[in-house]
Design a protein around this ligand. Structure first.
Ligand code: OGA
Ligand code: MN
Length: 262
């Protein structure tokens, strides 16, 4: 019966997920066993700002480069189209919100999703295997993914994800349009970096990058990476986060994950 639940994995592009999964299921652990070493982050998609001089906090620079990585072409065009087609009916029923000036996000609509089509479930199994592998110490992913649809004119102001709603790892699939993310140290503005969130890439933000730096998704006019303009259209992110650490778990207030403060 349990195997039936995962029968979709037989059709996954990455068969190793299925075989690994079936092996683990018989051992009683529901964690896919994909060979995550096949996925390679591209360090060129992260750029340290000129204000972060060579001799400033070199250990922190090395750590943040390890803790903020982008995997280009993580999904195929087909997988992107399938995922979007699945999300579109829900998203189209919502209006983009522009009017809350104090929100961290401007020009967005969002939803959460737990149950996915076969194609998307395959993609998300690969995301979880890479970003939340048991050896990474990332903790367990939340059961739902957060779907954030930014309008062409939308942007996300600098914020640190609230620890009440999110643990150590934030893994985001980037659909429809590339965008530029800016990370800035919470106490020293000179320590900053830009990240090219290329269309169909996956980024994984954890550790220092997640806790000690704010992150922002830049609006069209500021959307520049390594001196080149990055045209911003509508952008959809499908974000998987780890469960909050037990000591940080929700205290019942109605703040959201992208509130400015923890
Ligand atoms: C957020 C956020 C980044 C993204 O929702 O908190 O920072 O990739 N999203 O859309
Ligand atoms: Mn965030």
């Amino acid at each position: 019966m349990r195997l039936l639940t995962f029968s979709f994995l037989k059709n996954c592009k990455y068969k190793s997920i299925y075989y690994g999964m079936s092996r683990l299921i018989s051992g009683g652990v529901l964690q896919p066993d994909i060979d995550a070493t096949k996925e390679e982050a591209d360090p060129k998609l992260v750029e340290i700002s000129p204000s972060w001089k060579e001799d400033m906090k070199p250990e922190l620079r090395a750590t943040v480069l390890k803790d903020m990585q982008v995997y280009p072409d993580f999904i195929t065009e087909r997988e992107e189209a399938d995922m979007l087609a699945e999300l579109e009916p829900t998203l189209k029923r919502m209006r983009y919100e522009f009017d809350h000036w104090d929100n961290a996000i401007h020009g967005f609509r969002e939803t959460e999703r737990t149950r996915w089509s076969e194609s998307s479930e395959c993609v998300l199994a690969r995301v979880r295997a890479l970003a939340f592998s048991p050896s990474s110490g990332a903790g367990t992913p939340l059961p739902h993914a957060h779907v954030l649809d930014l309008a062409a004119a939308g942007y996300i102001k600098p914020h640190v994800d609230a620890v009440r709603f999110c643990g150590d790892v934030i893994a985001g699939l980037c659909l429809v349009s590339s965008a530029v993310m800016h990370l800035e140290h919470t106490t020293d503005k000179d320590l900053s970096l830009h990240v090219l969130l290329a269309r169909r890439s996956l980024y994984i933000m954890k550790g220092e990058a997640r806790y000690s730096f704010s992150h922002a998704v830049l609006g069209g006019e500021h959307s520049v990476f390594r001196g080149e303009k990055v045209p911003r259209q509508r952008r959809v992110a499908v974000i998987c986060r780890s469960q909050p650490r037990p000591r940080d778990a929700s205290d019942g207030t109605d703040a959201t994950v992208h509130s400015y403060t923890d």
